[in-house]
Design a protein around this ligand. Structure first.
Ligand code: NDP
Ligand code: A1CAB
Length: 269
Protein backbone atom coordinates (compact mmCIF):
# COMPACT_ATOMS: atom_id res chain seq x y z
CA UNK A 1 0.00 0.00 0.00
CA UNK A 2 1.24 3.52 -0.67
CA UNK A 3 -0.37 4.86 2.51
CA UNK A 4 1.36 4.85 5.89
CA UNK A 5 0.21 2.96 8.96
CA UNK A 6 1.18 3.74 12.55
CA UNK A 7 0.81 1.83 15.80
CA UNK A 8 0.24 3.68 19.08
CA UNK A 9 1.41 1.02 21.51
CA UNK A 10 4.09 -1.35 20.26
CA UNK A 11 3.29 -4.35 22.45
CA UNK A 12 2.55 -8.02 21.67
CA UNK A 13 -0.42 -7.48 19.38
CA UNK A 14 1.16 -4.58 17.49
CA UNK A 15 4.21 -6.76 16.90
CA UNK A 16 2.06 -9.66 15.67
CA UNK A 17 0.28 -7.34 13.21
CA UNK A 18 3.49 -5.62 12.08
CA UNK A 19 5.18 -8.97 11.42
CA UNK A 20 2.13 -10.19 9.53
CA UNK A 21 1.71 -7.14 7.29
CA UNK A 22 5.44 -6.93 6.53
CA UNK A 23 5.55 -10.64 5.78
CA UNK A 24 2.53 -10.25 3.49
CA UNK A 25 4.36 -7.30 1.85
CA UNK A 26 1.27 -5.14 2.24
CA UNK A 27 3.33 -2.28 3.67
CA UNK A 28 7.07 -1.79 3.41
CA UNK A 29 8.91 -1.05 6.68
CA UNK A 30 9.42 2.60 5.69
CA UNK A 31 5.63 3.03 5.73
CA UNK A 32 5.10 1.52 9.18
CA UNK A 33 5.44 3.78 12.25
CA UNK A 34 5.43 2.97 15.94
CA UNK A 35 5.24 4.94 19.15
CA UNK A 36 5.28 3.63 22.70
CA UNK A 37 6.10 5.02 26.14
CA UNK A 38 8.59 2.18 26.48
CA UNK A 39 11.59 3.38 24.46
CA UNK A 40 13.45 0.08 24.79
CA UNK A 41 10.52 -1.63 23.17
CA UNK A 42 10.45 0.89 20.32
CA UNK A 43 14.19 0.47 19.69
CA UNK A 44 13.87 -3.29 19.77
CA UNK A 45 11.06 -3.35 17.16
CA UNK A 46 12.93 -0.82 15.03
CA UNK A 47 16.05 -2.99 15.06
CA UNK A 48 14.11 -6.15 14.36
CA UNK A 49 11.80 -4.89 11.58
CA UNK A 50 13.36 -1.57 10.45
CA UNK A 51 10.02 0.18 11.08
CA UNK A 52 10.00 3.94 11.63
CA UNK A 53 10.06 5.44 15.12
CA UNK A 54 7.75 8.33 15.98
CA UNK A 55 9.02 10.29 18.99
CA UNK A 56 5.58 10.35 20.56
CA UNK A 57 1.92 9.73 19.78
CA UNK A 58 1.38 13.27 18.45
CA UNK A 59 4.25 12.83 15.97
CA UNK A 60 2.87 9.49 14.87
CA UNK A 61 -0.57 10.96 14.19
CA UNK A 62 1.06 13.64 12.00
CA UNK A 63 2.91 11.04 9.94
CA UNK A 64 0.38 8.38 9.00
CA UNK A 65 -2.90 7.73 7.18
CA UNK A 66 -4.05 4.82 9.34
CA UNK A 67 -3.66 4.92 13.11
CA UNK A 68 -3.87 1.62 14.97
CA UNK A 69 -4.60 2.09 18.65
CA UNK A 70 -2.90 -0.94 20.21
CA UNK A 71 -2.69 0.02 23.87
CA UNK A 72 -4.45 -1.47 26.88
CA UNK A 73 -8.09 -0.41 27.17
CA UNK A 74 -7.50 1.60 30.33
CA UNK A 75 -5.12 4.06 28.61
CA UNK A 76 -7.24 4.67 25.50
CA UNK A 77 -9.12 7.61 27.05
CA UNK A 78 -5.94 9.37 28.16
CA UNK A 79 -4.25 8.94 24.79
CA UNK A 80 -7.22 10.05 22.70
CA UNK A 81 -7.77 12.95 25.11
CA UNK A 82 -4.34 14.16 23.97
CA UNK A 83 -4.25 13.30 20.25
CA UNK A 84 -7.92 12.81 19.32
CA UNK A 85 -8.53 16.33 18.00
CA UNK A 86 -5.38 16.09 15.89
CA UNK A 87 -6.79 13.23 13.83
CA UNK A 88 -8.16 14.44 10.48
CA UNK A 89 -11.14 13.04 8.55
CA UNK A 90 -8.88 11.80 5.71
CA UNK A 91 -7.16 9.55 8.26
CA UNK A 92 -8.69 6.45 9.83
CA UNK A 93 -8.58 5.28 13.43
CA UNK A 94 -8.46 1.52 13.95
CA UNK A 95 -8.79 0.48 17.59
CA UNK A 96 -8.00 -3.05 18.71
CA UNK A 97 -8.54 -2.31 22.41
CA UNK A 98 -10.74 -4.97 24.00
CA UNK A 99 -14.12 -3.72 25.14
CA UNK A 100 -13.75 -0.08 24.05
CA UNK A 101 -16.72 0.90 21.88
CA UNK A 102 -16.73 3.05 18.75
CA UNK A 103 -18.90 5.59 20.64
CA UNK A 104 -16.31 5.86 23.41
CA UNK A 105 -13.57 6.40 20.81
CA UNK A 106 -15.62 8.91 18.82
CA UNK A 107 -16.18 11.12 21.89
CA UNK A 108 -12.58 12.31 21.55
CA UNK A 109 -12.62 12.91 17.78
CA UNK A 110 -14.15 15.28 15.24
CA UNK A 111 -17.46 13.82 14.12
CA UNK A 112 -16.27 13.00 10.59
CA UNK A 113 -13.23 10.87 11.52
CA UNK A 114 -13.73 7.25 10.40
CA UNK A 115 -13.36 4.83 13.30
CA UNK A 116 -13.18 1.06 13.11
CA UNK A 117 -13.19 -1.20 16.17
CA UNK A 118 -11.39 -4.47 15.52
CA UNK A 119 -10.59 -7.63 17.40
CA UNK A 120 -7.67 -9.49 15.79
CA UNK A 121 -5.70 -12.34 17.34
CA UNK A 122 -2.02 -13.19 17.64
CA UNK A 123 -1.82 -15.82 14.85
CA UNK A 124 -1.89 -12.75 12.55
CA UNK A 125 1.86 -12.97 13.17
CA UNK A 126 2.04 -15.91 10.76
CA UNK A 127 -0.81 -14.86 8.46
CA UNK A 128 -3.35 -17.11 10.19
CA UNK A 129 -5.20 -14.54 12.27
CA UNK A 130 -8.94 -14.19 12.80
CA UNK A 131 -10.25 -10.62 12.96
CA UNK A 132 -13.74 -9.25 13.41
CA UNK A 133 -14.55 -5.58 12.94
CA UNK A 134 -17.35 -3.11 13.25
CA UNK A 135 -17.65 0.36 11.73
CA UNK A 136 -18.13 3.60 13.63
CA UNK A 137 -20.70 6.23 12.63
CA UNK A 138 -18.45 8.09 10.14
CA UNK A 139 -16.82 5.01 8.64
CA UNK A 140 -17.99 4.31 5.11
CA UNK A 141 -17.45 1.53 2.58
CA UNK A 142 -14.00 3.00 2.02
CA UNK A 143 -12.98 2.28 5.63
CA UNK A 144 -14.42 -1.20 5.29
CA UNK A 145 -12.43 -1.79 2.10
CA UNK A 146 -9.16 -0.63 3.72
CA UNK A 147 -9.71 -2.73 6.85
CA UNK A 148 -10.46 -5.80 4.75
CA UNK A 149 -7.37 -5.25 2.65
CA UNK A 150 -5.07 -4.84 5.65
CA UNK A 151 -6.46 -7.55 7.89
CA UNK A 152 -7.13 -10.13 5.17
CA UNK A 153 -3.39 -9.98 4.49
CA UNK A 154 -2.90 -11.55 7.93
CA UNK A 155 -5.79 -14.03 7.98
CA UNK A 156 -9.57 -14.24 8.05
CA UNK A 157 -11.69 -11.11 8.49
CA UNK A 158 -15.42 -10.80 9.20
CA UNK A 159 -17.70 -7.84 9.88
CA UNK A 160 -20.06 -8.10 12.86
CA UNK A 161 -22.52 -5.82 14.62
CA UNK A 162 -20.90 -3.88 17.44
CA UNK A 163 -22.86 -5.66 20.17
CA UNK A 164 -21.08 -8.89 19.17
CA UNK A 165 -17.55 -7.55 19.50
CA UNK A 166 -17.22 -8.60 23.17
CA UNK A 167 -18.25 -12.14 22.25
CA UNK A 168 -15.63 -12.17 19.48
CA UNK A 169 -13.08 -11.06 22.07
CA UNK A 170 -14.07 -13.95 24.35
CA UNK A 171 -13.89 -16.48 21.51
CA UNK A 172 -11.23 -15.69 18.89
CA UNK A 173 -9.44 -12.74 20.51
CA UNK A 174 -8.56 -14.72 23.60
CA UNK A 175 -8.97 -18.13 21.95
CA UNK A 176 -5.35 -18.76 20.92
CA UNK A 177 -4.43 -18.95 24.62
CA UNK A 178 -7.10 -21.61 25.23
CA UNK A 179 -5.67 -23.65 22.37
CA UNK A 180 -2.07 -23.26 23.55
CA UNK A 181 -3.20 -24.55 26.93
CA UNK A 182 -4.85 -27.53 25.25
CA UNK A 183 -1.66 -28.28 23.25
CA UNK A 184 0.43 -28.03 26.40
CA UNK A 185 -1.97 -30.24 28.36
CA UNK A 186 -2.16 -32.83 25.56
CA UNK A 187 1.60 -32.92 25.39
CA UNK A 188 1.84 -33.36 29.19
CA UNK A 189 -0.82 -36.05 28.96
CA UNK A 190 1.33 -37.90 26.39
CA UNK A 191 4.34 -37.69 28.68
CA UNK A 192 2.16 -39.03 31.49
CA UNK A 193 1.53 -42.22 29.50
CA UNK A 194 5.21 -42.66 28.66
CA UNK A 195 5.96 -40.67 25.47
CA UNK A 196 9.18 -38.67 25.28
CA UNK A 197 8.42 -34.91 25.57
CA UNK A 198 9.50 -34.03 22.03
CA UNK A 199 7.45 -36.80 20.48
CA UNK A 200 4.42 -35.94 22.61
CA UNK A 201 4.62 -32.25 21.65
CA UNK A 202 5.04 -32.95 17.94
CA UNK A 203 2.09 -35.34 17.94
CA UNK A 204 -0.09 -32.98 19.97
CA UNK A 205 0.59 -30.02 17.66
CA UNK A 206 0.09 -31.99 14.45
CA UNK A 207 -3.11 -33.54 15.79
CA UNK A 208 -4.50 -30.10 16.48
CA UNK A 209 -3.41 -28.75 13.08
CA UNK A 210 -4.69 -31.80 11.21
CA UNK A 211 -8.05 -31.76 12.95
CA UNK A 212 -8.39 -27.98 12.44
CA UNK A 213 -7.55 -28.19 8.75
CA UNK A 214 -9.85 -31.16 8.26
CA UNK A 215 -12.86 -29.47 9.82
CA UNK A 216 -12.19 -26.38 7.70
CA UNK A 217 -11.55 -28.16 4.40
CA UNK A 218 -14.28 -30.79 4.53
CA UNK A 219 -16.87 -28.31 5.82
CA UNK A 220 -18.52 -31.10 7.80
CA UNK A 221 -20.05 -30.72 11.23
CA UNK A 222 -17.29 -31.45 13.80
CA UNK A 223 -19.49 -34.11 15.40
CA UNK A 224 -19.47 -36.08 12.12
CA UNK A 225 -15.66 -35.99 12.04
CA UNK A 226 -15.53 -36.98 15.72
CA UNK A 227 -17.68 -40.01 14.91
CA UNK A 228 -15.17 -41.11 12.24
CA UNK A 229 -12.44 -41.38 14.89
CA UNK A 230 -14.62 -43.22 17.34
CA UNK A 231 -14.65 -47.00 16.90
CA UNK A 232 -17.40 -48.80 18.83
CA UNK A 233 -16.12 -49.98 22.21
CA UNK A 234 -12.73 -48.49 21.35
CA UNK A 235 -10.14 -46.12 22.76
CA UNK A 236 -11.59 -42.82 21.54
CA UNK A 237 -15.01 -43.26 23.12
CA UNK A 238 -13.24 -44.13 26.37
CA UNK A 239 -11.28 -40.86 26.17
CA UNK A 240 -14.37 -38.85 25.17
CA UNK A 241 -16.29 -40.26 28.13
CA UNK A 242 -13.59 -38.81 30.42
CA UNK A 243 -13.79 -35.41 28.69
CA UNK A 244 -17.58 -35.37 29.17
CA UNK A 245 -17.20 -36.42 32.81
CA UNK A 246 -14.61 -33.76 33.56
CA UNK A 247 -16.53 -31.14 31.58
CA UNK A 248 -14.38 -30.01 28.63
CA UNK A 249 -17.42 -28.55 26.88
CA UNK A 250 -18.67 -26.67 29.89
CA UNK A 251 -15.15 -25.41 30.65
CA UNK A 252 -15.00 -23.89 27.16
CA UNK A 253 -18.52 -22.40 27.44
CA UNK A 254 -17.49 -20.89 30.76
CA UNK A 255 -14.15 -19.57 29.48
CA UNK A 256 -15.74 -17.78 26.52
CA UNK A 257 -18.61 -16.44 28.65
CA UNK A 258 -16.30 -15.07 31.35
CA UNK A 259 -13.89 -13.55 28.82
CA UNK A 260 -16.85 -11.90 27.05
CA UNK A 261 -18.03 -10.43 30.35
CA UNK A 262 -14.49 -9.22 31.08
CA UNK A 263 -14.35 -7.48 27.70
CA UNK A 264 -17.48 -5.51 28.65
CA UNK A 265 -15.97 -4.70 32.04
CA UNK A 266 -12.78 -3.34 30.43
CA UNK A 267 -14.63 -0.46 28.80
CA UNK A 268 -15.16 0.88 32.31
CA UNK A 269 -18.80 2.00 32.11
N1 NDP B 1 -2.53 -9.68 22.93
C1 NDP B 1 -3.55 -10.11 22.21
O1 NDP B 1 -3.69 -11.30 21.87
C2 NDP B 1 -4.62 -9.15 21.77
C3 NDP B 1 -4.70 -7.87 22.29
N2 NDP B 1 -5.69 -7.03 21.88
C4 NDP B 1 -5.76 -5.66 22.41
O2 NDP B 1 -4.62 -4.98 21.99
C5 NDP B 1 -4.25 -4.01 22.95
C6 NDP B 1 -2.79 -4.20 23.28
O3 NDP B 1 -2.63 -5.48 23.84
P1 NDP B 1 -1.19 -6.12 23.99
O4 NDP B 1 -0.39 -5.86 22.75
O5 NDP B 1 -1.42 -7.49 24.45
O6 NDP B 1 -0.64 -5.22 25.20
P2 NDP B 1 0.85 -4.80 25.52
O7 NDP B 1 0.84 -4.36 26.94
O8 NDP B 1 1.78 -5.85 25.07
O9 NDP B 1 1.08 -3.52 24.57
C7 NDP B 1 0.64 -2.23 24.85
C8 NDP B 1 1.82 -1.28 24.72
O10 NDP B 1 1.35 0.07 24.82
C9 NDP B 1 2.28 0.78 25.62
N3 NDP B 1 1.69 2.02 26.14
C10 NDP B 1 1.12 2.26 27.36
N4 NDP B 1 0.75 3.57 27.46
C11 NDP B 1 1.09 4.15 26.27
C12 NDP B 1 0.98 5.47 25.77
N5 NDP B 1 0.46 6.47 26.49
N6 NDP B 1 1.41 5.72 24.52
C13 NDP B 1 1.97 4.74 23.76
N7 NDP B 1 2.12 3.46 24.19
C14 NDP B 1 1.68 3.18 25.42
C15 NDP B 1 2.64 -0.22 26.69
O11 NDP B 1 3.77 0.16 27.41
P3 NDP B 1 3.87 -0.35 28.96
O12 NDP B 1 3.93 -1.83 28.88
O13 NDP B 1 5.14 0.27 29.44
O14 NDP B 1 2.64 0.14 29.65
C16 NDP B 1 2.86 -1.47 25.83
O15 NDP B 1 4.15 -1.50 25.28
C17 NDP B 1 -5.15 -4.20 24.15
O16 NDP B 1 -6.13 -3.20 24.18
C18 NDP B 1 -5.77 -5.55 23.93
O17 NDP B 1 -7.10 -5.59 24.42
C19 NDP B 1 -6.57 -7.37 20.89
C20 NDP B 1 -6.51 -8.61 20.34
C21 NDP B 1 -5.60 -9.63 20.78
O1 A1CAB C 1 -6.29 -10.63 27.13
C1 A1CAB C 1 -6.72 -9.59 26.62
O2 A1CAB C 1 -7.35 -8.75 27.29
C2 A1CAB C 1 -6.50 -9.34 25.15
C3 A1CAB C 1 -7.79 -9.15 24.39
C4 A1CAB C 1 -7.95 -10.38 23.56
C5 A1CAB C 1 -6.70 -11.10 23.72
N1 A1CAB C 1 -5.90 -10.51 24.54
Amino acid sequence: MVEKIGFIGAGSMAEALITGILEAELFSADRVYISDINQERVESLHNKYQVQIANNNQELVKQVDYIVLAVKPRVVKKILGRVGQQIRPYQKLFSIAAGVTTKQLEKHLSTDVPVVRLMPNTPALIGSGATAYTLGQAATEDASRVVKEIFSSVGLIVEVKEDLMDAVTGLSGSGPAYIYMIVEALSDAGVNVGLPRKVASKLAIQTLLGAGEMVQELEKHPAQLKDLVTSPGGTTITGLKELEKTGLRSSLYQAVESATAKSKELRGE
